[in-house]
Write a protein that binds this ligand. Structure first.
Ligand SMILES: *Cc1c(COP(=O)(O)O)cnc(C)c1O
Length: 483
């Protein structure tokens, strides 16, 4: 006879309802306190002794479990603070995101109920929520109803799927003939995605940009003609709706014209800037975007979602289905009436990205999103104007959307090298003060300082602090250079 008092039921991983409740409350308590403290945490994070910390963290898998509190304590007090403050109001580096709370709750629900949304048949109503969310994106981007989309893990994977899709349709099996066109300012994820999709480095053409960092359409036309003349098959061009370096918006309309004329696929990378198109007043800044054959969006940037959600829209949805639709003897037959994730993307089993988008957009509504996006642009325009008035600051790229770039120059900083060093120091000094995190970018021979406003937590007060710190640190650097 088994001795029930002596042998715990190790195989039972289920937890009683009261414990579920208590665990959830412990996590929500920690998260709520963390979010309340965000504005006071250094936006650059605390990296003192970080390598030793990481070395000391290596450990063997535990044989026995631990209490949730003993796990949450070091996570929230030791490890989370030792990272860039990507969720905080002062995060103006790279391309900010944010991490709206309703999306975190949606992720919790998705994981806790763990329904299967890879194929329509397994959870039709849940998949419909994802289809709705994709259709809202489609509407904002003014794509036709025949368009279909896909939630991905990020912009990079959206790019990968777009290239595979265009390659399959326009190059078929003759992959080595296919050539692809980017600008010198295109995000590096495009070239990486091309390689993943079988388009090698020697089939990617890098087109020059103009003074405003936008792709030169005349140079693009010449490059396409040269490749044709050499017996190659130009098949795809990337324009960017808001580059990472300077926020430049390529001449999307002119590139769309050229691509249509040349019979090649035009992809618009809107990972940073695409969501500004949901604000009607800002649409002229992205003129031509709805003409794209496919479009990358990054809800974890412009919709302020937590990291892990990108999106792809393909104008002719059948092209996307043609790449991905497949079946097997153990699966239900493909149905065509409803959106079916596995027919439009590479994943089979997967998370439920649609719920975080759907629940967040339903919770806030589109009006609050338009207000937030409009405000981020206004803050960038305001800050760029303020900085342009500071002696020694040269604004190279005023905000086309919500990102601008500049450098330091005056009589004491006569050479480009000296200006680069001072601009780099400016980014570091402002960041070290802990209130605004800034990063720069090397563009050709010049190092540019940059400010990108895209966190939903960044408000007027935070931008005033940022401008003040840039002004003070600029004065100090110029005084030092003159001494
Ligand atoms: C962020 C970004 C990407 C890459 O997207 P991920 O979501 O980081 O994979 C591509 N292009 C642009 C313009 C971006 O801003």
């Amino acid at each position: 006879m088994a001795d029930h008092t002596a042998t715990p039921d190790l195989a039972n991983l289920d937890l009683p309802p009261a414990q579920l409740q208590a665990l959830g409350e412990a996590v929500v308590r920690r998260v709520t306190a963390h979010l309340a403290a965000l504005p006071d945490m250094p936006s650059c994070g605390d990296f003192a002794g970080i390598k030793d910390l990481c070395r000391g963290m290596r450990e063997d898998v535990p044989e026995d479990g631990a209490s949730i509190e003993s796990l949450l304590e070091p996570l929230f007090s030791e490890w989370i603070p030792r990272s860039f403050g990507t969720a905080g109001p002062g995060y103006l580096a790279y391309i900010p995101g944010g991490g709206v709370y309703p999306a975190a709750l949606a992720d919790f629900i998705s994981a806790a109920v763990n329904r299967y949304t890879g194929i329509w048949d397994a959870a039709p109503a849940l998949v419909q929520l994802e289809a709705n969310a994709l259709d809202w994106l489609r509407g904002w981007m003014q794509f036709p109803r025949t368009a279909r989309g896909l939630f991905t893990t990020g912009g990079s994977m959206a790019m990968f799927n777009a290239i595979a899709c265009a390659r399959e349709k326009l190059v078929g099996t003759d992959i080595r003939r296919g050539t692809l066109y980017v600008s010198s300012q295109t995000h590096h994820s495009v070239v990486k995605a091309a390689r993943l999709a079988g388009i090698a480095h020697d089939r990617v053409r890098v087109i020059d940009v103009d003074q405003a960092f936008r792709m030169r359409v005349d140079a693009l036309g010449r490059a396409i003609a040269a490749d044709r003349a050499a017996g190659l098959t130009p098949f795809m061009v990337f324009s960017t709706a808001g580059t990472t370096n300077t926020g430049a918006v390529d001449p999307i309309e002119a590139i769309a014209d050229l691509a249509a004329h040349a019979g090649i696929w035009h992809h618009v990378d809107g990972a940073y800037g695409g969501f500004f198109h949901m604000v009607p007043a800002l649409r002229p800044l992205l003129r031509g975007l709805p003409r794209a054959d496919s479009l990358t969006l990054d809800p974890h940037k412009g919709l302020f979602l937590p990291y892990g959600t990108g999106a792809l829209l393909v104008r002719n949805g059948e092209d996307l289905r043609a790449l991905h639709a497949s079946t097997a003897g153990y699966l239900p037959d493909n149905q065509l009436e409803f959106y079916d994730p596995a027919q439009y993307g590479p994943d089979l089993s997967r998370g439920f990205p649609g719920l975080r988008v759907w629940l967040t957009l339903k919770f806030f509504g589109a009006a609050r999103y338009r207000a937030a996006l409009g405000e981020k642009r206004e803050l960038a325009v305001w800050a760029a104007n303020e900085l342009a008035r500071i002696p020694g600051i040269v604004v190279d790229a005023p905000p086309q959307l919500s990102l601008f770039a500049f450098h330091l120059a005056n009589h004491a900083l006569a050479t480009q090298d000296a200006q680069n060093a001072a601009t780099r120091a400016l980014m570091q000094h402002v960041t070290a003060r802990g209130k605004s995190m800034l990063t720069g970018a090397q563009v050709g021979g010049r190092y540019l300082g940059r400010v990108c406003v895209l966190s939903f937590r960044t408000r007027r007060r935070d931008m005033e602090t940022c401008v003040q710190h840039i002004a003070e640190e600029t004065r100090a650097l110029l005084a030092e250079a003159a001494a």
